[in-house]
Design a protein around this ligand. Structure first.
Ligand code: ZN
Length: 174
């Protein structure tokens, strides 16, 4: 459905175990467990975005940590974004999808108190205290990853990469 056509009647509601409150509602996304699991352990989070963002994939499959490298990515911090390894929770033969509460709980554990977690070979999850801020974080994670990848491609020339100055304050969307 086109976003502009969505109305309140189209919204589906779930409990924290990702069970629909209306048993007759249309089926939701398979990976809805991501949302319930994070809301269970992060009372500060009011919005969760899960995305299959190609630009972050290299940082989930290599030892190079994703960090804030430009001002719009400051919410990523400089310590390295956590990476969810689904094999640790689901064994060696998953389809990489977070399709159960157990896998959702494991992802939420990996996310911890961070704003973003990467999912190896799959994508990412971004969280925030509001829908606009979660969308902001999900959106700007991609160019940050692209820029960091570009900088790594020119590693021999770079003088400094891996941190941005924010006066100690995370950027919020405006
Ligand atoms: Zn997914």
């Amino acid at each position: 459905m086109a976003p502009a056509l969505v109305t309140a009647a189209d919204l589906l509601t779930y409990d924290l175990e990702s069970t629909p409150l209306d048993a007759n509602s249309a089926p939701g996304y398979l990976e809805g467990f991501i949302h319930g699991a994070i809301y269970k352990v992060r009372p500060d989070v009011q919005s969760v975005v899960h995305a299959h963002t190609p630009a972050v994939i290299p940082f989930g499959i290599s030892s190079v940590p994703l960090r804030a490298v430009f001002h719009m990515g400051a919410f990523l911090g400089t310590g390295g974004i956590p990476v969810f390894e689904i094999r640790d929770a689901g064994g060696p033969a998953t389809d990489l999808l977070v399709s159960s509460n157990a896998l959702g709980d494991a992802l939420a554990h990996t996310l911890g108190g961070a704003n973003v977690a990467l999912m190896r070979g799959h994508g990412m999850v971004a969280v925030a205290g509001s829908i606009p801020e979660a969308v902001f974080r999900a959106y700007y994670t991609a160019p940050d990853a692209q820029l960091e990848g570009d900088a790594d491609a020119g590693r021999s020339r770079r003088a400094h990469v891996g941190s941005v100055e924010t006066r100690g304050e995370p950027l919020a969307c405006r």
